[in-house]
Ligand binder design. Structure first.
Ligand code: NAD
Ligand code: UFG
Length: 338
């Protein structure tokens, strides 16, 4: 299949590109490199042993996008491009709505012009808000609690309406839980700019000496060891889920949302302990106050993905930690170290 990948130079995009290329798909990457580096794409080309085109385009530039689409004629679009920092979205809501919502509309307009009708969207478990029950299944009510989450929900609604408006269009929203890990080569991985927000990059940067210690946000939650629980999913499993969703699009002619997680919750301290074992590094840590807005527990009911996509997570937490460490220890400064 010919697949246009927006945000392909980013963390999840690069890993998915490798899976797509490995399965024989042809790709065109569109990225403005606002949170990534073209070096990441060079590494994907090297690992895949195949070349592909990449264009520096902001997805809000409908004209340029349309031109690229008319030329490439993709049979499907995978839409990763977006801003993703929750705290930043609270401080700069308009920037988030412009990038994530206007950007998605611009992409759909370009697809309409190029008669594209198959779409996969990067959504997030954050669309569920505080749990009314656990695990979250796709029927759980949705409620955004910050502009980032609102932007994801708005795009899901737009995709639903887009699918209703034209027969033959299909869109799948993959609601990711907590992606972590890296490709086993250690050549590509997560490379956050500035001080990371998420747990795994903080652990990895502490292990490599870029951060002095890990701050554990809250140790008095009503959980087995008092720390927050999440459903961590290996980024290569997540990448495979996109390939499975591409296959499923062929039989799907409407909008659908599907959780992508392992179904298992892990606490902060459990993840740190596994990382220490896999990396043979000690992670100095400090137990501090809870982080505002954090939930105690987040984990998926991933049975819909298994039923519809014939996909389930295969890689365990040891692999998540081992592969993160390989990437971080081989690239202590991320791609900017090259
Ligand atoms: P990332 O920042 O590494 O990748 C996003 C890519 O999109 C970057 O390469 C960036 O340069 C590009 N981009 C951003 N705005 C753009 C624009 N206007 N035009 C063109 N390119 C643009 O993030 P990621 O972790 O790979 O996440 C990919 C998607 O998955 C995002 O939409 C994110 O919201 C979603 N998601 C991520 C997580 C996570 O924890 N990583 C969880 C749930 C959902
Ligand atoms: N945590 C720490 N110390 C840190 C960072 C995080 O203790 O330095 C804890 C958090 O308090 C939480 C857990 O580690 O208990 C996971 O936190 P992350 O920031 O890694 O992930 P979140 O679950 O808070 O959020 C992530 C993405 C969101 C997305 C959400 C979906 O950042 O964009 O998953 O579930 F919406």
């Amino acid at each position: 299949m010919k697949v246009l990948v927006t945000g392909g130079a980013g963390y999840i995009g690069t890993h998915t590109l490798l899976e797509l290329l490995g399965c024989g798909h042809d790709v065109l990457v569109v990225d403005n490199y606002s949170n990534s580096s073209p070096i990441a794409l060079q590494r994907v080309r090297k690992l895949a042993g195949r070349d592909f085109e990449s264009l520096q385009i902001d997805i809000r530039d409908t004209e340029q996008l349309t031109e690229a689409m008319l030329e490439f004629q993709p049979q499907a679009v995978i839409h990763f491009a977006g801003l993703k920092a929750v705290g930043e979205s609270v401080e700069q809501p308009l920037r988030y709505y412009s990038n994530n919502v206007d950007g998605s509309i611009s992409l759909l307009l370009a697809m309409d012009k190029a008669a594209g009708h198959n779409f996969i969207f990067s959504s997030s478990a954050t669309v569920y808000g505080a749990p009314q029950y656990l695990p979250y299944d796709e029927k759980h009510p949705v409620k955004a609690v910050n502009p980032y989450g609102s932007s994801k929900l708005m795009v899901e609604e737009i995709l639903g309406d887009w699918c209703k408006s034209a027969p033959g269009t299909a869109a799948i929203s993959l609601r990711y839980f907590n992606p972590v890990g890296a490709h086993t080569s250690g050549e590509i991985g997560e490379d956050p700019q500035g001080i990371p927000n998420n747990l795994m990059p903080c652990i990895a940067q502490t292990a490599v000496g870029r951060l002095p210690q890990l701050k554990v946000f809250g140790s008095d939650y009503d959980k087995r060891d008092g720390t927050g629980e999440r459903d961590y999913i290996h980024v290569m499993d997540l990448a495979r889920a996109h390939v499975a969703a591409l296959d499923y699009l062929e039989q799907c002619n409407s909008f659908d949302a599907i959780n992508i997680g392992t179904g298992k919750g892990l606490t902060v301290l459990e993840l740190v302990k596994t990382f220490e074992q896999s990396s043979q590094q000690v992670i100095p840590l400090e137990l501090v106050e809870r982080r505002a807005g954090d939930l105690v527990s987040v984990y998926a009911d991933a049975s819909k993905a298994s039923r519809l996509l014939n996909w389930s997570a295969e890689l365990d937490v040891d692999a998540m930690c081992r592969d993160t460490w390989r990437w971080q220890s081989q690239n202590p400064q991320g791609y900017s170290g090259e």
